[in-house]
Design a protein around this ligand. Sequence first.
Ligand code: CP3
Length: 341
Amino acid sequence: MIKNDLFLRALKGETVERPPVWMMRQAGRYLPEFMEIKEKYDFFTRCQTPELASEITVQPIRRYGMDAAILFSDILVIPQAMNIEVQMKPNFGPYLPNPIRTQKDVDNVVVPDVTVELDYVYKAIKATKEKLNNEIPLIGFAGSPWTILCYCVQGQGSKTYDKAKKFCFTNPVAAHQMLQKITDTTIAYLKQKVKAGCNAIQVFDSWGGMLSPTDYQEFSWQYIQQIIDALKDETPVIAFGKGCWFALDVMAKSGASALGVDWTCSPKNARYLTGGNITLQGNFDPTRLYSSPEKIKEMVTEMINQFGKDKYIVNLGHGILPDIPLENAKAFIDAVKSYKA
Ligand code: CP3
């Protein structure tokens, strides 16, 4: 049994004393203890070494006492396991030197045996569960198939993902084959993560908002729906689509336990679009953590009042930024912990 089960209870829609809180990308560069490890080991070494990945996962918990931990890893371990080279370049981000651009490229992509290729992730989960000692739940995650395709085709981060969209719109048959290969790999991978000890799963559709509402259904949502269908009887699933408020109505009927919302959608509108019954997660503007601790506390309290304390998980609307002062991150977490309805 997990001692602090606020997060799991909120996912079930149960009444809670206060909403649970965690932060997307909470294990990261704003923490000096993270930077210490980052100086010594490159990115994928950190991901692939269970002792390092588990240590990084629990760092923010030790410092701030969030109500859930999220495994230190990356969404790009999936294309890597599919035999697509992924590099993490310092001060640049992900770089894939051989992007997927043709039918032949797609034919060459393998659907791997995830029990072998991603064994290091399950080992990291087991090591993390030992460190967490049943105090709080552990979240496992994957990128949405569309978001993974964005990196595979674009070859790097982008503001528009124009090359990824061009591939989908000029070669939809190959694009759908690629999306299905990613989906099949992701489902098998997430099932193993749950087996290894993850208590919930979040699917990050970071670039879903690049698509029009119609294209979103065709190129992104239908594959996330497959993932939810395959996982929902084994674990709670959170679907987070950045910039995807337009799809919240469909998402609410998917069988997901919760939906992530970014800061461009008001709590009221998110409740309205989702029918008021599903647990929502979000949606503090990450740059609002630049405000003073006093202002953060005031805004977080107001955000909880707006969403309501039940069926709600406090989070940012996207990942925490690297230059957020430590005391501001603390103010965010503490504001939730001291919340009184
Ligand atoms: O605390 C956590 O959230 C767990 C760890 C985590 C990382 N990446 C570690 C990481 C998670 C959940 C991710 C998910 C991820 N990775 C997403 C989806 C979430 C989102 O932010 O939209 C995406 C799009 C990626 C791809 C990715 N990985 C990018 C674009 C970058 C470079 C930009 C950046 O933030 O630095 C990464 C690298 C990465 N993944 C870092 C970390 C802590 C920073 C680089 C490093 O540590 O060397």
